[in-house]
Design a protein around this ligand. Structure first.
Ligand code: BV8
Length: 238
């Protein structure tokens, strides 16, 4: 089946790679549904990655993001990220990357025009609408940092559960899904919407790359049981 999917890649004029946390697993980044460790072991990510959790205990949620940032700072893109970026460089405009990941590894691998639906963990923004006093000069260090004048908190610039996805990114991803001949759905459990919905609304054929069953298997034209770092270099080679 993997040879057939490689033929689909070769024949496709427009390809979308829709990636999830599994894309970064072989870089050493635990997936979103891997068990949380330490202080956060008793929580599920859906409980921590929310505005409600952050407002209830800013320090605890901020520390969880700091731990993840440190971990991501120590890893590098894997062969799967690199194969996607290399394909884009060899075939400009033929492959679009739509990712649910916030780790920036597609971008660091050299992929262009990455549509990061859930934001970027490396960046912060103000929790409440910033006032004139909320400037870099008024930033007071802390867990989390805050505006020394009005107390406005800094928060990770990611999309929390219950928050809208960035409209421009989502619209571009929906357009890419509608226009593609082939969507490679890589390393995602297919649980989180509206991102997972792209695999159901695409015009193109759907091929899943995942060592385990996913919520999207029923929507796939092909399911390749394997890892992204081992399969993508094969599927994307000319
Ligand atoms: C929203 C940033 C509108 C934060 C994340 C229907 C429509 C719309 C919304 C909903 C809906 N149904 C439910 C909802 C609500 C909710 C949702 O989807 N909940 C789920 C839990 C049911 N969606 C939202 O809230 C979204 N917002 O819809 O706004 C709205 C507004 C108000 C009220 C209502 C609606 C916002 C969702 C964004 C949440 N933020 N991340 C952070 O990172 O801290 S999502 C988070 O999950 C990560 O970004 C992660 O990427 C993403 C998805 O998980 P996966 O990537 O799939 O990772 P997972 O661990 O699950 O799976 C890993 C997979 O990899 C596994 O399959 C494994 O087998 C595989 N794997 C492992 N190793 C490898 C591998 N694959 C390949 N190779 C390997 N080596």
């Amino acid at each position: 089946m993997k040879a057939a999917v490689r033929d689909w890649v070769r024949a496709a004029r427009r390809i979308v790679v829709l990636s999830g946390a599994g894309m970064s697993a072989e870089s050493g980044v635990p997936t979103f549904r891997d068990a949380q460790t330490g202080l956060w072991a008793k929580f599920r990510p859906e409980q921590l990655a929310t505005e409600e959790a952050f407002r209830a205990d800013p320090g605890m949620v901020w520390d969880w993001y700091q731990l993840r940032r440190e971990m991501i700072g120590k890893v590098v893109p894997n062969a799967g990220h690199l194969a996607v970026a290399a394909f884009q460089q060899r075939h400009p405009g033929r492959l679009a990357v739509v990712t649910q990941n916030v780790d920036g590894l597609h971008q660091r691998a050299g992929s262009a025009g990455v549509l990061a639906l859930h934001g970027n963990i490396a960046e912060d923004r103000w929790l409440d609408r910033p006032r004139a006093c909320c400037t870099r000069a008024s930033l007071e260090p802390g867990r989390p940092p805050r505006c020394a004048v009005c107390g406005n908190l800094r928060r990770p610039a990611v999309v929390w559960f219950g928050e809208m996805l960035p409209p421009a990114q989502l619209a571009a991803a929906q357009d890419a899904a509608a226009a593609c001949d082939l969507m490679l759905v890589v390393g995602t459990s297919g649980v989180v919407y509206p991102a997972a919905g792209l695999a159901r609304s695409t015009r193109g054929r759907v091929a899943i790359v995942n060592p385990e069953e996913t919520e999207l298997d029923d929507a796939a034209d092909a399911v390749l049981r394997g890892t992204s770092a081992s399969l993508l270099p094969y599927l994307l080679e000319d």
